[in-house]
Design a protein around this ligand. Structure first.
Ligand code: E4P
Length: 218
């Protein structure tokens, strides 16, 4: 399973890259705003800064909601760097944009996926990735992981090569569950990724090993 970090924070991206397990980055307009990155030029520069840090795909989201605007923005975004994947919302215009970009060999990530039907449409339109938001589904008492399983089954049935990118990951169990059901990618914040490291028995065990070493060497 690929690990993407879901942030526009350059320090977090550097930290995850340094860990050596990072396969890419996802961003969205809210994450950009959270870092105080506003205005088209600054946003484009920020995408370039992200691309310069990571080895892997960097999803950059279009703001337009009409087809022409999505195409114009997407074509500008992919000029920034070869790592850019154009992030397109799941709307009627978005599906047309996915089809347009797949015909041009431009990679896409269809965002705001909340149902298997949406994921099926995105795959038929040639999306490279679909992003089901599992955390936001869990927030409204709907099983996000069950949606991932359902999409994987549908894609397997028909041999779609669209990758299932589990998004809106909120805690380490989401990552484990995504890995259990075979999600192709998960994207989450740095703290959730780092939470995978932690176990109290590891800390206790290490403390004891070091104490015993120091007894023998003091
Ligand atoms: C996906 O690409 C989105 O950026 C993201 O995962 C949304 O997560 P949230 O529900 O925590 O905002």
């Amino acid at each position: 399973m690929k690990f993407f970090i879901d942030t526009a924070n350059l320090n977090d991206i550097r930290e995850a890259q340094a860990l050596g397990v990072l396969d890419g980055v996802t961003t969205n307009p809210s994450l950009m705003a959270k870092e105080g990155i506003t205005g088209k030029d600054n946003i484009m520069r920020h995408y370039k800064a992200i691309c310069d840090i990571v080895d892997g795909d960097v999803s950059a989201e279009v703001i337009s909601i009409d087809l022409e605007g999505m195409i114009r923005e997407g074509e500008e975004l992919v000029e920034i760097d070869d790592k850019i994947v154009v992030k397109i919302p799941m709307t009627k215009e978005g599906v047309k944009a996915l089809k347009y970009f797949s015909g041009k060999g431009i990679r896409t990530n269809c965002t705001l996926i909340f149902s298997a039907g949406q994921a099926l449409l995105a795959a038929k339109a040639g999306a490279t990735y679909v992003s089901p938001f599992i955390g936001r589904l869990d927030d409204i008492s709907t099983d996000g992981i069950a949606l991932i399983e359902q999409i994987l089954l549908i894609y397997r049935n028909y041999g779609f090569d669209t990758q299932v990118l589990a998004a809106s990951v909120r805690h380490p169990m989401h990552i484990i569950q995504c890995a259990e059901v075979g999600a192709d990618v998960m994207t989450g914040p740095l703290n959730v990724m780092e939470a995978l490291l932690k176990h109290p028995l590891t800390d206790l065990g290490l403390e004891k090993f070091l104490a015993d070493y120091n007894k023998g060497n003091s």
